[in-house]
Write a protein that binds this ligand. Structure first.
Ligand code: XMP
Ligand code: MG
Length: 176
């Protein structure tokens, strides 16, 4: 069995939607100075493209969580692997995530960040798989809602592979 790739969201559709997300963020945060939190590793490409369209003052920090094992099923256990370097106390925090699946990672992250008393906390996720939700935890901004399929590319990986692809692909098991 070899994994095959089927394109789900092409490069130009991605960029069009990311511009729309950035415009919504520019409006909602006009006059503010939000602290953007990029969730590594999956959101690095989304973050890089989104922030180029921002016209507000902003700062960026990074954190890393582990929620998945090597395969495509969540371990259900979430932990901070690398924490922020800046304080979020009193900040308008906007989390940038690659994908919301069961919702467990986001729920954990929201709790972790809320504990540090930000002024506000919102989440912008490029992708959302609403049919997979196990805990009621949604993003405030969503790029694309997708079906229950494992996707790679544009920062998302399978065993650390495919992150460099410029589009989102469904990972399919093919006979070979
Ligand atoms: P939960 O289930 O906690 O998972 O919402 C969120 C995290 O799981 C990863 N994830 C994926 N990664 N393709 C990926 O490459 C997928 O289809 C996928 N679904 C979930 C991802 O790291 C996300 O932050
Ligand atoms: Mg991953």
């Amino acid at each position: 069995m070899q994994p095959g790739l089927r394109e789900l969201i092409g490069p130009s559709a991605l960029q069009t939607r990311i511009l729309e997300l950035a415009q919504a963020i520019n409006e909602d945060y006009a006059g503010k100075d939000p602290l953007l939190v990029c969730v590594l590793n999956g959101a690095f490409m989304f973050t890089a493209d989104l922030i180029r369209h921002l016209r507000i003052r902003t700062r960026i920090d990074f954190l890393s969580v582990s929620s998945y094992g090597a395969q495509t099923e969540s371990s259900g256990v979430v932990a901070i692997r690398r924490d922020l370097t800046q304080s979020v106390a009193g900040e308008d925090v906007l989390v940038l995530e690659d994908i919301v699946d069961t919702g467990r990672t986001l729920e954990y992250l929201r709790r972790h960040l809320e504990a540090a008393r930000p002024k506000s906390l919102r989440v912008c996720a490029l992708l959302d798989k609403p049919s997979r939700r196990e805990v009621q935890c949604d993003a405030d901004y969503v790029g694309f809602s997708i079906a229950n399929e494992f996707v790679v590319g544009y920062g998302l990986d399978f065993n650390q592979r495919y992150r460099e692809l410029p589009a989102i692909y469904v990972l399919e098991q093919t006979e070979s």
